[in-house]
Design a protein. Structure first.
Ligand SMILES: *Cc1c(COP(=O)(O)O)cnc(C)c1O
Length: 440
C-alpha cells in the first residue's frame, strides 16, 4: 500500500507507510492518505461480530501496513494497542454512549497515540535509528502521546505546552513522566508551541544524524486505528432493519474522518453527524458553502476549540465536492449553555455523567434524530472521561464525580519540566543538544 498527499490527486508522488508516518506532512503541504480504501468482503464483515477488538483491528488494518509488518508481528502490535476496553452504554432506548476513554490517559487519543508509537518503534528497530518526537499540546494530546511513547527504546518525546494555559490535571498528566519524556513549558500560547514544532520539523540541522517527527493529529498513523472502533461498535450494535447513526464531537475532525474511512471500507453505517461547539467552521461550510478558518473561541469542550480543522482537507478529498459531503454528513454546533444544560438533564433522567465533549456529541445525535425520526440505533462518541474536566463537571453537577484511580495517581507524582522563553533558538537548543539522555 502506497500513500499519497491529498494535494496530489493524480498520484505522482508515492511514499511508503514509513515515510508517511515519519514525515507527518507531505512536501506539498497536504495530508497523507492511503492510495485506496479496501472494501471488506461480506464474509469478513460478518465474522467481526465474533472477533475481539484487537482481532478486528488486525484484520482491518493489516492491508495498510503489509509492506512493513508480518501478520504475526502486526497481530501482536494490535494486542498491545487495544489492550483496554471500548465499551458502550445504552443510556436511553436505542441511544448508546460509545466510551472511548478507558485507556491510560482517559481520552480517545490514546488509541491513535499508542498505535503511532508502536509503528515508529517498528520502523526504528528495523533501521536502527533514533527518533525524537515533538508535539505541541493544548491539553489531551500531550499526555496521550507521552503515555504511548513512555519507555520506548530509541525514542525521546518532547511535549511543548503553553504556560498557565492547561488545566491542573492536564499539567500533572504532562509533567510527571520522566524517563524518555521531556516536558517543556513555553511562555506563550498553544499556537506558539505549534509554530515552534513546525519550525523544528523543517529545520535541516534537526534532521542531521537523527530522525525528528511530530505526533500531532495530521499523522496518518493516528487516524488508521481510529477506524477500528467504528467497525467494532457496528459489529456489536447492529440490529436488523435499524440503521446506525454515529455522532462525533469534533475539533480537528480526525475522529470523524476515520469514521468516514471505515464507512468507505464497507462498515454498515447509515449516517454521520458532526457535532461542534461554537467553533463551527465545518457546520457553516455545509450550510453556506464557504470554508472560513477563524481564530478559535474558548469553550468548556476545550479539546474541540479549533478554528482551522486540519482534517477538513481529508474530508474534502474523500467526498470530492460539497454536494456529496452534504448527502453523507449532517453537522450542527452547540453553545456552552446547551452543553451544560444537557449534562444536567442527562444526569437527572438517565443517571449518566457526560463530559462536555460527549455532551456535544449527544446533542448532535438528538437533533439529527428529531429531524430524521427513528427507527435507528444512535451512537455518540464519549471521547473523554468526565473526571478530566472535573472543574467544569463539578460546578454543574455538584459532588457527583468519582475520580478514577489512574487519574488520581498523577496527583501524587512529582512534576518535572523545563521552562523556556517563547523563543525558537532556545527550544531548538534543548531538543538538539539532548543527545546523551536517550536511553537504548
Ligand atoms: C481531541 C478531542 C476531540 C476532538 O477530536 P478530533 O479528532 O480533533 O475532531 C474531542 N473530544 C476530546 C475529549 C478530545 O480530546
Amino acid at each position: 500500500m502506497k500513500y499519497f498527499s491529498t494535494r496530489d490527486p493524480d498520484k505522482k508522488q508515492a511514499v511508503s507507510l514509513q515515510e508517511a508516518v515519519i514525515k507527518g506532512l507531505a512536501d506539498d503541504g497536504g495530508l497523507f492518505m492511503p492510495e485506496r480504501l479496501l472494501p471488506i468482503d461480506p464474509e469478513t464483515l460478518d465474522s467481526f461480530s465474533s472477533l475481539k477488538l484487537p482481532e478486528i483491528a488486525a484484520k482491518m488494518l493489516f492491508p495498510y501496513v503489509a509492506d512493513s509488518f508480518s501478520i504475526p508481528a502486526f497481530e501482536a502490535l494490535c494486542q498491545e494497542v487495544f489492550n483496554f476496553p471500548i465499551s458502550w452504554v445504552e443510556i436511553e432506548d436505542n441511544i448508546f454512549s460509545l466510551e472511548l476513554f478507558h485507556g491510560p490517559t482517559l481520552a480517545f487519543k490514546d488509541v491513535g497515540a499508542r498505535f503511532m508509537a508502536r509503528l515508529l518503534a517498528g520502523f526504528t528497530h528495523q533501521e536502527h535509528k533514533n527518533i525524537k518526537v515533538v508535539v505541541a499540546t493544548s491539553g489531551d494530546t500531550g499526555s496521550a502521546v507521552a503515555a504511548g511513547f513512555y519507555g520506548m527504546k530509541g525514542t525521546k518525546v518532547y511535549i511543548l505546552f503553553p504556560k498557565n494555559k492547561v488545566s491542573r490535571m492536564q499539567q500533572k498528566q504532562l509533567t510527571t513522566w520522566g524517563g524518555n519524556v521531556v516536558a517543556l513549558e513555553v511562555d506563550g500560547t498553544f499556537d506558539d508551541c505549534q509554530r515552534h514544532v513546525k519550525a523544528l520539523l523543517s529545520d535541516a540541522e534537526m534532521q542531521q544524524n537523527q530522525v525528528l517527527t511530530s505526533a500531532n493529529s495530521i499523522n496518518i498513523a493516528r487516524l488508521l486505528p481510529q477506524m477500528v472502533y467504528f467497525a467494532f461498535a457496528a459489529s456489536r450494535l447492529k440490529q436488523q432493519d435499524k440503521p446506525l447513526v454515529f455522532s462525533v464531537p469534533s475539533g480537528n475532525f480526525g475522529n470523524l474522518t476515520a469514521g468516514l474511512m471505515a464507512q468507505l471500507m464497507g462498515i454498515p453505517i447509515h449516517q454521520f453527524v458532526a457535532a461542534t461547539n461554537v467553533n463551527d467552521v465545518v457546520p457553516s461550510y455545509l450550510q453556506e458553502g464557504v470554508f472560513t478558518a477563524r481564530p478559535s473561541v474558548k469553550t468548556i469542550s476545550n479539546a474541540m476549540d479549533v478554528g482551522n480543522p486540519s482534517n477538513f482537507e481529508r474530508m474534502l478529498f474523500l467526498f470530492k465536492n460539497i454536494e456529496t459531503m452534504r448527502q453523507h454528513l449532517q453537522a450542527y454546533s452547540f453553545s456552552d449553555e446547551q452543553t451544560e444544560e444537557v449534562m444536567k438533564s442527562v444526569f437527572q433522567h438517565c443517571n449518566y455523567l457526560l463530559d462536555p465533549h460527549g455532551a456535544v456529541g449527544y446533542l448532535g445525535l438528538k437533533k439529527y434524530l428529531q429531524q430524521n425520526p427513528p427507527p435507528a440505533i444512535g451512537v455518540f462518541l464519549e471521547t473523554a472521561h468526565p473526571a478530566k474536566f472535573a472543574e467544569t463537571v463539578k460546578k454543574r453537577l455538584r459532588n457527583k464525580l468519582v475520580i478514577p484511580e489512574r487519574l488520581q495517581a498523577f496527583e501524587d507524582k512529582k512534576e518535572q519540566f523545563l521552562s523556556c522563553e517563547n523563543n525558537y533558538s532556545q527550544i531548538k537548543k534543548v531538543v538538539l543538544e539532548d543527545e546523551n539522555q536517550i536511553v537504548f
